[in-house]
Design a protein around this ligand. Structure first.
Ligand SMILES: [Zn+2]
Length: 85
Protein backbone atom coordinates (compact mmCIF):
# COMPACT_ATOMS: atom_id res chain seq x y z
CA UNK A 1 0.00 0.00 0.00
CA UNK A 2 1.37 3.41 -0.93
CA UNK A 3 1.49 6.30 1.54
CA UNK A 4 -0.84 8.24 -0.73
CA UNK A 5 -3.47 5.49 -0.60
CA UNK A 6 -3.05 5.12 3.15
CA UNK A 7 -3.53 8.82 3.73
CA UNK A 8 -6.69 8.81 1.65
CA UNK A 9 -8.03 6.18 4.06
CA UNK A 10 -6.80 7.63 7.34
CA UNK A 11 -9.87 9.78 7.93
CA UNK A 12 -12.13 6.75 7.52
CA UNK A 13 -9.80 4.64 9.64
CA UNK A 14 -9.84 7.16 12.49
CA UNK A 15 -13.60 6.75 12.81
CA UNK A 16 -13.56 2.95 12.21
CA UNK A 17 -15.09 3.39 8.77
CA UNK A 18 -13.03 0.73 6.94
CA UNK A 19 -13.76 -2.90 6.17
CA UNK A 20 -11.63 -5.49 7.96
CA UNK A 21 -9.31 -6.27 5.06
CA UNK A 22 -8.57 -2.65 4.24
CA UNK A 23 -8.03 -1.85 7.90
CA UNK A 24 -5.59 -4.76 8.25
CA UNK A 25 -3.55 -3.63 5.25
CA UNK A 26 -3.54 -0.08 6.53
CA UNK A 27 -2.30 -1.21 9.94
CA UNK A 28 0.50 -3.20 8.31
CA UNK A 29 1.61 -0.04 6.55
CA UNK A 30 1.32 2.05 9.70
CA UNK A 31 3.54 -0.40 11.58
CA UNK A 32 6.40 0.32 9.17
CA UNK A 33 5.73 3.94 8.19
CA UNK A 34 6.31 6.63 10.81
CA UNK A 35 5.12 9.33 8.44
CA UNK A 36 1.63 7.86 8.07
CA UNK A 37 1.53 7.08 11.80
CA UNK A 38 2.19 10.74 12.42
CA UNK A 39 -0.62 11.77 10.08
CA UNK A 40 -2.94 9.36 11.90
CA UNK A 41 -2.02 10.88 15.25
CA UNK A 42 -2.89 14.32 13.88
CA UNK A 43 -6.25 12.99 12.72
CA UNK A 44 -6.96 11.34 16.05
CA UNK A 45 -6.34 14.61 17.79
CA UNK A 46 -8.91 16.23 15.51
CA UNK A 47 -11.42 13.41 15.97
CA UNK A 48 -11.21 13.52 19.76
CA UNK A 49 -11.50 17.29 19.64
CA UNK A 50 -14.60 17.07 17.46
CA UNK A 51 -16.15 14.37 19.65
CA UNK A 52 -15.54 16.31 22.83
CA UNK A 53 -16.89 19.54 21.36
CA UNK A 54 -20.44 20.48 22.36
CA UNK A 55 -21.54 20.87 18.77
CA UNK A 56 -20.80 18.16 16.21
CA UNK A 57 -19.30 20.29 13.48
CA UNK A 58 -15.59 21.21 13.45
CA UNK A 59 -14.58 24.85 13.12
CA UNK A 60 -14.76 26.14 9.53
CA UNK A 61 -11.54 25.50 7.64
CA UNK A 62 -10.27 22.77 9.97
CA UNK A 63 -10.53 19.90 7.48
CA UNK A 64 -9.26 22.07 4.66
CA UNK A 65 -6.20 22.90 6.73
CA UNK A 66 -5.51 19.25 7.50
CA UNK A 67 -6.05 18.22 3.91
CA UNK A 68 -3.64 20.78 2.55
CA UNK A 69 -1.14 19.80 5.23
CA UNK A 70 -1.36 16.15 4.17
CA UNK A 71 -1.19 17.07 0.50
CA UNK A 72 1.94 19.16 1.04
CA UNK A 73 3.58 16.28 2.86
CA UNK A 74 2.75 13.65 0.28
CA UNK A 75 3.99 15.88 -2.52
CA UNK A 76 7.24 16.30 -0.64
CA UNK A 77 7.49 12.58 -0.12
CA UNK A 78 6.78 11.80 -3.77
CA UNK A 79 9.72 14.00 -4.67
CA UNK A 80 11.95 12.21 -2.20
CA UNK A 81 10.84 8.73 -3.15
CA UNK A 82 10.66 9.42 -6.90
CA UNK A 83 7.91 8.14 -9.16
CA UNK A 84 8.25 4.38 -8.81
CA UNK A 85 5.02 2.51 -9.40
ZN1 LIG B 1 3.18 5.69 4.70
Amino acid sequence: MKCEAVQDLLADYSVNGLDDETQRRLEVHLSVCSHCTYELELLWRVVSFVESAPQKSPPPGLWEGIESHIRRNSEKMEREVGTKR
